[in-house]
Ligand binder design. Structure first.
Ligand code: NAP
Length: 321
């Protein structure tokens, strides 16, 4: 693809977070953005207003309803994009959510629902855009996964499993679709302050008490070691670069924590890497303490604080962004 001409970019998950920021940055860079939005609920009002303001300023932003859990919604959104823009040069997949907590406390239904959005949702979009890109003679897919797309931290395993699956799909697609001129780029962000809904806690609270001490240690240690967050605009800038680049690498980690974690995985022995994870998550020796009565809400609050420092709920977006 040539670097200079404006692209038609379909972005999923634009009611908040990286999707919104990417849509805004791409529109400002002169691209025609088709922004897929499920709901502009209370937390998303400011983002809705900003996307509309961009249009009023003359930027090309087309809003389309999109629920990636539903085949027909994906089909309608892609049809609407084609009607508005006549082509889709790039798909940027960001729509997803994370579930936080010990694996044992995740009910199978909760896991399946998350996979339906994060993994099958990505597949639904791939399936909808690939025939269009093939017909056009090429295109590009940018899949946002995570710094946990190739490594795992305790209590993030449920979510990480979906990020690993997204990576596997995207990597396979890179091989399978290159013959049609379709390139795939995987973007692996570190943890950033988020603009959307809070992470969902694992649902089976009765199973949490056994993990109380470990969750609190995890919360304290992660907060200590990562006191300052990066600027989430880094992710939007990386998306614009991946949209505009002449050629794209298969993987791009963004943010210091993601770069470091992936470097450790690459360079340390398996044993040394495991030791680092125990050390950084405060889990060693936790289980030696005597059992105490569990306070489930404190446990979940500590865990949420650990992975989203500075953010306590999704109903007060002002000041968060
Ligand atoms: N934030 C981080 O620190 C971080 C770090 C690494 C990786 N990531 C990954 O990056 C991606 C985006 O994260 P984010 O921080 O931008 O999350 P976010 O702020 O919560 O935004 C998620 C977006 O996805 C949308 N979405 C969720 N389910 C959907 C569905 N079924 N159909 C359509 N849209 C749906 C949400 O729409 P609604 O408003 O309708 O829910 C929202 O627009 C996710 O894959 C996340 O796991 C995030």
């Amino acid at each position: 693809m040539s670097i200079h001409h404006p692209r038609v970019v379909f972005v999923s998950g634009c009611s908040a977070g990286f999707g919104f920021r990417s849509a805004r940055a791409l529109a400002r860079a002169g691209h025609h953005v088709v922004a897929g939005v499920r709901t502009f609920s209370r937390h998303g009002q400011q983002y809705a207003a900003e996307l509309k303001a961009l249009r009023a300023e003359g930027h090309r932003v087309t809003l389309v309803p999109l629920d990636v859990d539903r085949d027909e919604s994906v089909a309608h959104a892609v049809d609407a994009a084609m009607q508005a823009a006549g082509r889709i040069d790039v798909l940027v997949n960001t729509a997803a959510y994370s579930v936080l907590g010990p694996l044992e406390a995740c009910r199978p239904k909760q896991l399946l629902a998350m996979f339906d959005t994060n993994v099958v949702g990505a597949l639904r979009l791939f399936r909808a855009v690939l025939p269009i890109m093939r017909e056009q003679g090429g295109g590009r897919i940018v899949q946002i996964t995570s710094g946990l797309g190739r490594v795992v931290l305790p209590f993030m395993g449920v979510y990480a499993a979906s990020a690993w699956a997204q990576e596997a799909f995207a990597e396979a697609l890179a091989y399978e679709a290159q013959g049609f001129g379709v390139e795939v780029a995987i973007l692996e962000p570190a943890g950033y302050r988020r603009g959307g809904r809070p992470r969902k806690p694992v649902g089976d609270e009765a199973r949490l008490s056994a993990y109380q001490d470990a969750l609190i240690a995890f919360g304290e240690r992660v907060n200590q070691s990562d006191p300052a967050e990066g600027d989430p605009e880094e992710v939007a800038r990386a998306v614009v670069e991946l949209v505009e680049a002449e050629k794209v690498p298969l993987r791009t980690p963004v943010g210091e924590a993601a770069v470091e974690l992936l470097r450790m995985r690459r360079t340390l022995s398996a044993e040394a890497f495991e030791r680092e994870i125990y050390e950084r998550t405060g889990l060693h020796a936790v289980y030696e303490d005597e059992e105490e009565e569990a306070d489930v809400s404190a446990v979940l609050a500590a865990a949420e604080a650990a992975v989203s420092p500075g953010e306590s709920d999704d109903e007060t977006p002002a000041g968060r962004e």
